[in-house]
Structure formats: structure tokens, C-alpha cells
Design a protein around this ligand. Structure first.
Ligand code: ADE
Length: 248
């Protein structure tokens, strides 16, 4: 039986570049104004895509991966701002769940609830998430890195959080509502919702590029080019290898 097609979604071009280099028989396909790369990685059929920035763009990319390329599971890499206590630049966060910190249809629906879904959070797939956690530990060790690996809630919103006070207020508001987040980014919750709609297993990992504070705009680009792409490549290489070993 042909193994399932795994979609590897990258938030950053720098992350995707290394992956394209690892593909066997890479083939570029244009669709929905985007580029997709088909090929094989460690014997697993994969399709690579850049999410683009923001929830809508990422949802379009995820939908295209599933509808047009038949992705049967999806893994997402990128960077995030650390806002949880003890979540530092250079750490890695594997998502257990996602929520949208900018969803507010109150008073029609409770704050943060996704209208007509009756929930605030979308959970990641447990089996894929565990495989991704293991790949983080093994992959980062292969780079000789001692990065802390966290596992928990990530909050997404169409906003680059770049002020310490804003990050503090956001963390306090979400915690008061019962959703203390480890990190913020701009796409994951949208992709989690699309995967929920299609019943496609989903997992995500984010490297912490900044603390969503007043220096976030400086820390972010520096980190992306120098560190995040190496992290993502090591983690995904290990993750896909492990899928193949488990014959998933
Ligand atoms: N991605 C990386 N850093 C971020 C931040 N501070 N806010 C939103 N998304 C991010």
C-alpha cells in the first residue's frame, strides 16, 4: 500500500529551502497563487508549502494541501514569540492545542469561542504530536543543542506582538479566561481548524524567536536567518524518518 502523503508546511522560506534540498525527485507545482513541492523524503511521499502570513493565508494553503494534493496528515514549523513564563528565545514549543487570541464574537458567543464550533481550542493529533516531540529531542541533540522543549497551548492572531506590556496583557487575559498560552504566532490556529474540518491529523512546532516584547522586531529576523531554519530542518528530517520507521 502506498504510504500516506505528508504535508510539511513552513512559515518561513528559510525553513523550506533546506527541505527542498532533501527531496527525492522534487517537482514544483503552482496552485492558488502558491508554489508546492512534491517529492519523497526518507521514502515518504511529501508535499511542501509555505503557509504565508496570517490566519486566512495559512487556511488557504492548508485547504489546498488537503483538497488538491491529498495530504493525509500535516505538520507545521515556524517561529513564535514566547509569552509563557520560562519560554525563552531558542526554546522550542510543540503545540498541544491552538486557539485564536483575536477571536471575539461577544456578546453573541463567549470571548475566544469559535462561532458554531462550540469551542475555543483545537487539539493537535496526539500520535503525531508525540512523534514531533521525540523528533525535537533527537533532532536538536544532533545539532548539539540543549534547547528546552515545551508542550502546550499556542495562541494565534493576525498581529505581530511587539511590546512587553501588550504581551503581558495578552497573557493575563488568556490566562484569566482559562487558556494560558506558551507562545504567540499568526497561523497555527487557522491550520488546526482546517485540519479539524477535514479530519486530517495535525501537529506543529515553533521555535521561539523573540519574547513578543519591545525588541521582538529586531530579534525575529536575526533569529530566523541564523537559527530557526537549522532547527526546523533537523526536526523535520528526524520526524519524517520516524514516520517511515513506524511505517505509518
Ligand atoms: N512570530 C514570531 N514572533 C512573533 C510575535 N512576537 N508575534 C506574533 N507572531 C510571531
Amino acid at each position: 500500500m502506498r504510504p500516506a502523503t505528508t504535508a510539511i508546511l513552513s512559515a518561513l522560506a528559510e525553513e523550506q529551502q533546506g527541505l527542498i534540498g532533501l527531496l527525492r525527485e522534487p517537482q514544483r507545482v503552482a496552485r492558488a497563487g502558491r508554489e508546492f513541492w512534491l517529492g519523497e523524503l526518507h521514502g515518504t511521499p511529501v508535499v511542501l508549502a509555505l503557509s504565508r502570513m496570517g490566519k486566512v493565508a495559512a487556511a488557504t494553503t492548508a485547504t489546498t494541501l488537503i483538497e488538491a494534493f491529498g495530504a493525509q496528515r500535516l505538520v507545521f514549523t515556524g517561529v513564535a514569540g514566547g509569552i509563557g513564563p520560562g519560554v525563552q528565545v531558542g526554546d522550542v514549543v510543540v503545540a498541544r492545542e491552538f486557539m485564536q487570541h483575536d477571536m471575539d464574537a461577544s456578546p453573541l458567543f463567549p470571548r475566544y469561542q469559535i462561532p458554531l464550533y462550540d469551542r475555543e481550542r483545537f487539539a493537535c493529533d496526539i500520535v503525531l504530536g508525540d512523534a514531533l516531540l521525540a523528533a525535537c529531542h533527537t533532532g536538536l541533540r544532533s545539532l548539539d543543542l540543549q534547547a528546552a522543549v515545551h508542550h502546550g497551548l499556542i495562541a494565534s492572531g493576525d498581529r505581530f506582538v511587539s511590546a512587553a506590556e501588550e504581551a503581558r496583557l495578552l497573557h493575563a487575559a488568556l490566562s484569566d479566561a482559562g487558556h494560558p498560552p506558551l507562545a504567540v504566532e499568526m497561523e497555527g490556529a487557522a491550520v488546526a481548524q482546517v485540519c479539524h474540518d477535514y479530519g486530517v491529523p495535525f501537529a506543529a512546532v515553533r521555535t521561539i524567536s523573540d519574547r513578543a516584547d519591545d525588541t521582538a522586531h529586531v530579534d525575529f529576523p536575526k533569529f530566523v536567518t541564523e537559527v530557526a531554519s537549522r532547527y526546523a530542518l533537523a526536526i523535520i528530517d528526524e520526524f519524517v524518518r520516524s514516520l517511515n520507521n513506524s511505517k505509518a
